[in-house]
Design a protein around this ligand. Structure first.
Ligand code: ADP
Length: 481
């Protein structure tokens, strides 16, 4: 590649002949004037006259042709840029008429400086444009809605998230028509007057939004604009409220047995000190209450352990038949007490389940415990395990064959209105009854979390006075054909 190729196409402007002729005339006028003055003193032969004019004219022509040529090249180059014609290659560090340079202070030197200045301005412009493009891309990709307002409080820019959150936000709209909230408008006014930044919390279309308003200076004499950044606090507030409710519920659950224990301890130390009958009765109640607290603490611990593991998929091959058998054995004594029978029906050719054995055991334990607790005396509780070709829509692992595990009882059943809330922590249909039966109100919440970790689903069918069936669908290792 030659040097001139690297610099880009060379521009060679051709000067206007009329300009050159005028220049030559300007050069010749002093020559002719000088000769005229000299010829007044001494006679100058015509030959000398003509030769002097010809030599002067030629020199003038060459010099002027060259200078006008440089100026014409410069004009042509500048015009090619200002007319919007893109240069064929990136601006070179050397200007296109560099080779014409005669040295400092000459026309070509001046032309070189002008082209260099122009090129530097072009580079700066390209930098600014690319920065603006990057900023625009960043703004567009932000998940939070952002509005940029001009100095008159009209929308200058609204990113994609703002369009989604606030509807169609056209450029040029007054902010008051986009966010009709007096607190927001007040904050925008405050920022445009003297505040640097401010924030307000507002309710917007059923959501809690934090609106941060920031002042954007626009040159010395211009009034400032503003940037509005919206943050959706709905989920944070909901989780915060859940935490407060949870702590209140736990305290409430612990307070009753604790108060009972403290009361009985005081009585045993005082009035019933020497009453052995009362001591036996009180110790019995204290035993029940402390066990209740222990169960509550155990359930709370299980729940928190399950939550920590919730996003880590389980990896053991679970021996489901053994797990069910073990749980049934532990609950048989309680079932016998109510003259209940526990019947297990399980397909022999079940595909394998990858899961957490302890957690799946806990699911069976909680569901069976409830069935025994809330099922009627002299009835049968049925556990059925089989492949379900048609799992409910809530079952998420659609590409894996589902195994349905259901626990049915003939008991009091549950009213339809309670069904959607059964898996909430501490939700009970009948709180006193649940407590009397030793319930903590956390059993089904634990089941729900374990099922979700296993990518399964939980469903309930129940009729008041008839009984309930709780079914868990878990993905097996077999894929759906
Ligand atoms: P609890 O410790 O109170 O049993 P759970 O979370 O296990 O807590 O169950 C929540 C509520 O759902 C229970 O208090 C009870 O009212 C109702 N429930 C659960 N299983 C059954 C069932 N098999 N039959 C009737 N009601 C049930």
């Amino acid at each position: 590649m030659t040097d001139s190729d690297q610099r880009g196409p060379r521009l060679r402007g051709v000067p206007e002949l009329w300009d050159v002729a005028r220049g030559v005339a300007i050069v010749l006028i002093p020559v002719i004037a000088a000769l005229s003055v000299v010829s007044l003193q001494i006679s100058v032969p015509t030959r000398v006259w003509l030769s002097a004019v010809a030599v002067g004219g030629l020199i003038g022509f060459l010099v002027i042709w060259r200078h006008y040529g440089i100026l014409a090249s410069l004009r042509q180059w500048l015009r090619s840029r200002t007319d919007g014609a893109e240069p064929e290659r990136a601006p070179s560090t050397r200007d296109p008429i560099h080779d014409l340079s005669d040295g400092p202070g000459t026309t070509s030197d001046l032309a070189s400086e002008i082209t260099r200045l122009f090129q530097r301005l072009e580079e700066r412009r390209n930098d600014v444009v690319s920065k603006l493009v990057t900023q625009e891309q960043v703004l567009e990709s932000l998940p939070a809605p952002v509005l940029i307002l001009d100095e008159r409080g009209r929308v200058e820019q609204a990113n994609a998230a703002a369009q989604r959150a606030l509807g169609d936000v056209a450029v040029g709209r007054e902010v008051s028509t986009v966010l009709r909230h007096p607190d927001v408008l007040e904050a925008v006014d405050a920022v445009r007057e003297d505040e640097t930044r401010t924030e307000v919390e507002i309710a917007l279309m059923g959501q809690t939004m934090l609106v941060r308003v920031e002042r954007v200076p626009r040159g010395d004499d211009q009034p400032p604009g503003a940037v509005l950044l919206l943050e959706d606090l709905t989920e944070i507030r909901r989780v915060g409220q859940m935490r407060v409710d949870f702590v209140a519920n736990v305290s409430h659950e612990l307070r009753t047995p604790l108060t009972t224990l403290i009361g009985f301890i005081e009585t045993l130390r005082g009035p019933a000190k020497d009453d052995s009958d009362a001591r036996e009765r009180f110790l019995e109640v204290m035993d029940v209450q402390s066990r209740r607290m222990a169960r509550l603490v155990n359930d709370l611990l299980s729940l928190s352990q399950i939550e920590t593991k919730e996003h880590k998929p389980p990896s053991e091959i679970v021996p489901l038949a053994e797990v069910i058998e073990e749980v049934v054995t532990t609950l048989e004594i309680e079932a016998h007490r109510k003259r209940m029978r526990i019947q297990v029906e399980m397909d022999t050719e079940l595909p394998q389940i990858v899961g957490d054995t302890d957690q799946l055991s806990q699911i069976v334990q909680n569901l069976l415990e409830n069935a025994v607790k809330y099922g009627g005396a002299d009835t049968t509780v049925e556990i059925a395990v089989a492949v379900d070709e048609d799992p409910p829509p809530a079952y998420p692992a659609r590409d894996q064959v589902a195994i349905g595990l259901s626990v049915s009882d003939r008991g009091e059943g549950i009213g339809r209105e309670h069904l959607p809330r059964l898996t909430e922590r501490f939700y009970r249909v009948d709180t006193d009854r649940s407590r009397a039966l030793g319930g903590t109100g956390l059993g089904l919440a634990i089941v729900k979390h374990i099922v979700s970790r296993h990518r399964g689903s939980l469903s309930v069918e129940s009729s008041v006075g008839v009984g309930s069936t709780f079914t868990v669908h878990l993905p097996s290792t077999r894929t759906v054909m």
